[in-house]
Design a binder for this molecule. Structure first.
Ligand code: APR
Length: 236
């Protein structure tokens, strides 16, 4: 029987693809105060700054050099092997999992390459820069389009699907996440309570060794392909 594998990814999996993490030295939040760019209050108080911040990140993501790395590719190959018994829950707003070929992905913190209408709540694909003057595709009004990002103080997406997946997981793997932001930081405990084997893959030593049964330290591009191979070999 193929195992049911749930993977939680964070900014660390995309670091070697050229995207900054949040809390490392020189991380994204060191350049801006979180409250200035990633809260509904910030958007209300200074929409120009918030639009500019996300337009810049959107442009960075579209740079030719930002490509999926070996870790994203290994997870895509895991999905090829396991089909619907493999699910990625990502806190990342980039699209590198999709570019690598994964299809079963829940973007719990939203997506950079989409926009959301703040009147209807509808999200749609939007790869270019936009701001308050950009007419919304669903209601054609200016000033209604906002970044399709779950900001601090907002409720993450897909929580029912996530709970359901965690409750049926045989293996839970957390990759490149500092475990500082809830509810994602609590998923390991939920999966463990339901009986999953829990594994952490990160460059840093584990901060919560009690929560994880297994740990591999190193860059995602090395430890993820190696661990995925081990997992596939175990279940041949
Ligand atoms: N390989 C593996 N792990 C790495 C690598 C790498 N090459 N580089 C960095 N890391 C690890 C760091 O050790 C750290 O534990 O990735 C983690 C990055 O942590 P954060 O910057 O806190 O990112 P993340 O956990 O995804 O943040 C969660 O916080 O600000 C919000 O909404 C934002 O989704 C984000 C959430």
């Amino acid at each position: 029987m193929k195992p049911s594998v749930v993977i939680l990814t964070g900014a660390g999996i995309s670091a070697e693809s050229g995207l900054k993490t949040f809390r490392d030295t020189d991380g994204l939040w060191e350049e801006h105060r979180v409250e200035e760019v990633a809260t509904p209050e910030a958007f209300h108080a200074n929409p120009e700054l918030v639009y500019r911040f996300y337009n810049l990140r959107r442009a960075q993501l579209r740079q030719a050099s930002v490509r999926p790395n070996a870790a994203h590719k290994a997870l895509a190959s895991l999905e090829s092997a396991l089909g619907d018994r493999c699910l990625i829950i990502t806190q990342n707003v980039d699209n590198l999992h999709e570019q690598a070929g994964s299809e079963r992905i829940l973007h719990m913190h939203g997506e950079l390459l989409s926009a959301r209408c703040s009147v209807t709540g509808r999200s749609y694909s939007y790869t270019e820069a936009f701001d308050a003057s950009t007419p919304c595709a669903c209601c054609s009004l200016p000033g209604t389009l906002r970044p399709d990002i779950v900001w601090f103080g907002e409720v993450p997406l897909y929580m029912d699907e996530i709970e359901n997946a965690l409750s049926g997981a045989d293996v839970f793997i957390a990759i490149g996440t500092s475990g500082q932001v809830y509810p994602a930081a609590g998923f390991v405990q939920v999966a463990k309570q339901y009986g999953a084997r829990t594994v952490e893959l990160n460059t840093e030593a584990p901060t919560r060794p009690d929560a994880f049964d297994d740990y591999r330290q190193g860059p995602a591009s090395e430890v993820v392909p190696a661990y995925i191979q081990t997992l596939l070999d175990e279940h041949k």
